[in-house]
Every structure is written in C-alpha cells, then in structure tokens.
Design a protein around this ligand. Sequence first.
Ligand SMILES: Nc1nc2c(c(=O)[nH]1)N[C@H]1C(S)=C(S)[C@@H](COP(=O)(O)O)O[C@H]1N2
Ligand SMILES: [Mo]
Length: 324
Amino acid sequence: MLIKFSKKYDTKPSEITSENNFLTRRRFIQSSLISGASLLSPLGVFAGQPTNNIFSNIKKMSFGANEKLTSFKGITNYNNFYEFGTGKTDPAQYSHLLKTEPWTVEIMGMAKKTGKFSISDLIKPSELEERIYRLRCVEAWSMVIPWVGVPLSSIIKRFEPNSKAKYIAFETLVDKKQMPGQNSKFIDWPYIEGLRMDEAMNPLSILAIGLYGKPMPNQNGAPIRLVVPWKYGFKSIKSIVKISFVENEPKTTWNQLAPREYGFYSNVNPNRDHPRWSQKEERRITGESGLGALFTPKIKTEYLNGYAEEVAHLYKGMDLKQFF
Ligand SMILES: Nc1nc2c(c(=O)[nH]1)N[C@H]1C(S)=C(S)[C@@H](COP(=O)(O)O)O[C@H]1N2
Ligand SMILES: [Mo]
C-alpha cells in the first residue's frame, strides 16, 4: 500500500480466477475439513460435492446491510496480500500456491492454555455467523463483504489469557515457495498485526474462515484471517499461523515500516489524513460492471468506518492525533 497507492485497476481476464475454478479447487479442501472433524457435520457438506453455500444454517448479522455487497468477483480479484506480490491482482494469480490443509495455528504467551491447533479445533461450527462488514483500506477504497466467522472473543476466552496479556499479536505464514512475494525483502516477514486486548474482545472483532457462504478464498486469507472492521484493512491480517498473548504493544508490520504513516491503532479516521493523501473520502468497490471498480464516485468516509457506536468507547480519553 505504501508503494502502490496510485496503481490502476488492471486485471486482464486471463488473470482472473473464476468462481468456478475456485470451487473445484476448494471442494477437496472442504471434504477433508469435514471428514477430519465430525464437529462440522451439521453444515451438510458431502465429500467431493462443490456446494454453493457450505455454511448453511448460520446466524446472519448485518453491519452495513443497507449497502450493496461487493461482488464475489470484486472481493477475490482486487486484493492486498503482499505475500503474493504487491499488485492488486497478484493474490488472485498466485495464491493457489498456498496449501491451506492441513493448517496449524499456534497459540502462545500469557495464557493458561497454549498449544497448536487445527482450524476445526479452533472454530466451533455452532458459533459461526455471517457478518456483513465494510472494509476500508488505507488506500481509500472500500468493499462490503459478507464474512463467515466467529467472534475473536469466544476463541480468546477458551485459552484463558492472564492479567499480563495486554495485547494480542498475530502472524502470517512464512514460506517463500508457497508465498512468492516473500522473496521481496521490503517487508520483514512474517507479516505481524496486533490489537489491544479490549479491542480484540470487542464483539465486532472476528476470525473469519469464509465469505459469501464459501470457504475463505486463498487471496482473502485462507484458511483463517482476522477482520476488524473499524480499522484500516491492513490490521485484518490473513492466513494466520500464530496468535500470542503479550504484555507489550506488538511491533506490527506497517507501523514498523512507516511509523509516521501507519500507527499501531490505525482506526479509520477521516479527520486524520495520511501524510500523503486525504482519508476524508473513499471509493466503494462494487465489482459490478466488469472490474472497473475504482471508478465509482467517492463517498464520505465515516469515523471508525461507521462503527463508532460499537467501538468509540475504546478510545475515550485518548489523544487521537498521537494514537492514530
Ligand atoms: N498477511 C497479510 N495480511 C493482510 C495484507 C497483507 O499484505 N498480508 N494486506 C492487508 C490489507 S492492506 C488489506 S486492505 C486487507 C485486504 O483484504 P481483502 O483482500 O480480503 O479485501 O488485507 C490485509 N491483510
Ligand atoms: Mo489496505
């Protein structure tokens, strides 16, 4: 994002992974996920059967409901996922290299329970929800995405973090073979993100394993990624392999790279411009008419991405000019 701000939307049809290919690729993963975990049987998926909506009977909660959803095509073909390259279409083109099954997430740090867990260890299907959230990138574009996930708080509680756990840190996989963008050294891999514990415990923070009722597409952070809808998109770290409960503010990737541009908090704030551009407005990517998504008219960016009612209390008394 530091270096690609003005890059135009330049997907060639040959670079686009169609939803159909995506499903064919993923059906094997679905079936292994299901057979590996009897827990998941209520979802009604049959081995080898590409179904349209594998997360059927789940609760639907909408935060941004009256806004048009960004199309599946838009959500999966215009991505930031620097592990696959810095271009917006690189993730769609290269993320098939990522092997998401089996997958292990290590939980460590200041908690009673720690260890290594599979996705089905971490996610209880009965807790899955669809959450429609706006996602606002620091580059001043946004999408509306129907995620499938669980509240981060319910996972955190199970590990019983102690009173020293003031922050939570997340790390993405490092593997140059699967993630060719990691051959570039401008980021000190792994990609790291973090939240203050009360932010992580807020009901809006989720860990997502799908979108549009389908398993998470690789380019969107399969098999499991964070979604924190009131913060700039880069806080929502993808393809997580490590979650640590820590005492001190984690050294997060973009904050380390450019501390004047990207703060630790990075709450969406139209009143604090990025040093190189305004944050007052954004372009909504609808992904509707082809992929000329960036040419929709600008709309106003709302404080905390429109979620002030839910999360403004977390920042009461803080100087937002200092803690941006
Ligand atoms: N590991 C990792 N996570 C990441 C990124 C990344 O480069 N690597 N990009 C971030 C940025 S800048 C944004 S805007 C969102 C984009 O999520 P999406 O592609 O699902 O829309 O992912 C975030 N998570
Ligand atoms: Mo972003």
